[in-house]
Design a binder for this molecule. Structure first.
Ligand SMILES: [Cu+2]
Length: 455
């Protein structure tokens, strides 16, 4: 029996229990009333849930920055250099050990791409042919998977399934023609749990060949979210951690080590956010603005279907593009809204001391152990911002970052959009100078009386 596409569609509808079924076809399958569904429309809807169509398309000329696309901005990172050889865009990725700084005072021995952690971005253009050489300078095998991209199966980078491993010292060659545009990622696909945990992830941006003028932005940022476990006072990442991550990062950096996103007032902004954390989805929240979710790693969303948000949840293995007009100047913070993800290291695993009267306890313990013990947290973590404490070497206190109006209690997956009326460069412009009378302040007695507030 010949199975037709219409037959399959109709059968699917039957299983769903649709009430719109009428009549019976020759094959004893209920048929759809032709006026209720247009076969071509249904087919078109599914046509794009595919793997890019024929592989043997003719590649277009390599796209060039400034000419075919406006380059992305990678805070704390960079777009990978490339060369063009006989009409092919050629990249070279070296995989190796990296002496990495998450934020001043917190370093770790990690594995990275091109000497960077999570922040070496591949930037390419739809339709061009790319060739990526991967040199493995680690002492263990690896491969790279190109996450979200349409490619020949043998280029998919899955050790054992689509290719042999890249042994230490070997250089492998990947190549294909890009048949899509959008925000994608790449990461190790051999001993993935260990290798991603050690830092082997990055973002892969493909610009459209024919950008829609309505989709152009002035500032196009790339942020990759990751999470790590680094015991206080050590330099060795724990790749076996499954739940209690204590270093949360954007492009491999934790606040205050995250470079701000500097924007001129009224510029149109895009932020491409990826998540290659081991275990956590992150709701990325921006203060003071609503934005639109304009693309997933599947596709750009049609304007009529883009939806407004103030937090966008980016699950592990997903990317999201968000866009907004930066009309309000200021220092607008942006961060994962899971509160433990905006702490650094020492917010975890502490004994709960909240509301305890610890004065007696402290002296008793010190009588036994000979002094030096200092319990904390009886008023929450804020006291750590103001205490002079001896911190273990290579660790970050969970609080105490100097900010414009005092010391803060934020760290981790946290950054700041610095939006300014005037800018002479996109270097960090420092703290926002708030216009007089626009900053929250202590209430005066006369004001309280006038408004009937008993404080
Ligand atoms: Cu988070």
């Amino acid at each position: 029996m010949k199975i037709t596409r219409r037959g399959l569609l109709t059968k699917g509808t039957t299983l769903a229990g649709a009430a719109a079924l009428v009549g019976t076809s020759a094959g004893n399958q209920p048929a759809m009333a032709s006026s209720l569904i247009d076969d071509d429309v249904v087919y078109k809807r599914w046509e794009k849930s595919y793997s890019g169509g024929p592989l043997d398309i003719k590649p277009l000329a390599p796209g060039l920055p400034g000419e075919h696309y406006r380059p992305v901005i990678v805070p704390n990172g960079e777009a990978m250099p490339f060369r063009i050889v006989n009409g092919v865009k050629v990249f070279h990725i070296t995989v190796g050990r990296v002496d990495h700084e998450f934020t001043p005072g917190l370093e770790a021995d990690m594995w990275g791409y091109n000497g960077r952690i999570n922040s070496s971005v591949i930037e390419a253009v739809e339709g061009e042919h790319i060739r990526i050489y991967v040199t493995n300078n680690l002492e263990v095998p690896t491969t790279i998977h190109w996450h979200g991209l349409f490619l020949p199966n043998g280029m998919d980078g899955v050790a054992g399934v689509t290719q042999p491993v890249i042994k230490p010292g070997q250089t492998f060659r990947y190549e294909w023609t890009l048949r899509q545009f959008g925000t994608f990622m790449y990461h190790a696909h051999y001993d993935t749990m260990t290798q991603e945990a050690m830092g082997l992830t990055g973002m892969f941006i493909v610009h459209p060949r024919h950008p829609d003028p309505d989709d152009q932005v002035d500032r196009d940022f790339v942020l990759l979210m990751n999470e790590y476990k680094l015991e206080v006072g050590t330099r060795k990442i724990d790749p076996n951690e499954m739940t209690d991550f204590n270093v949360l990062t954007l492009n491999g950096r934790s606040f205050p080590g995250t470079e701000p996103l500097v924007i001129k007032q009224n510029q149109r902004v895009r932020v491409r956010i990826g998540n290659l954390s081991a275990m956590d989805h992150h709701p990325f929240h921006i203060h003071g603005y609503r934005f639109k979710v304009t693309a997933t790693d599947g596709e750009r969303i049609p304007a009529s279907a883009q939806w407004p948000e103030t937090s966008v949840l980016v699950a592990v293995g997903q990317t999201r593009e968000i866009e907004f007009i930066a009309d309000a100047p200021g220092d607008w913070i942006a961060h994962c809204h899971m509160t433990h993800h905006t702490m650094t290291q020492m917010g975890h695993g502490l004994t709960n001391m909240i509301d305890m009267d610890i004065a007696g306890l402290t002296s008793q313990i010190n009588n036994v152990i000979g002094g030096g013990y200092m319990p904390m947290g009886e008023k929450g973590m804020y006291d750590m911002a103001f205490m002079q404490m001896d911190m273990p070497e290579n660790s970050r206190p969970m609080a105490g970052v100097p900010l414009q109006y005092g010391k803060g209690t934020m760290g981790g997956l946290f950054t700041i959009f610095k939006i300014r009326e005037k800018l002479s460069s996109y270097k960090d412009p420092g703290w926002y100078k708030h216009p007089a009378g626009t900053v929250a302040r202590i209430a005066e007695d006369a004001e309280l009386r006038a408004d009937g507030i008993k404080a």
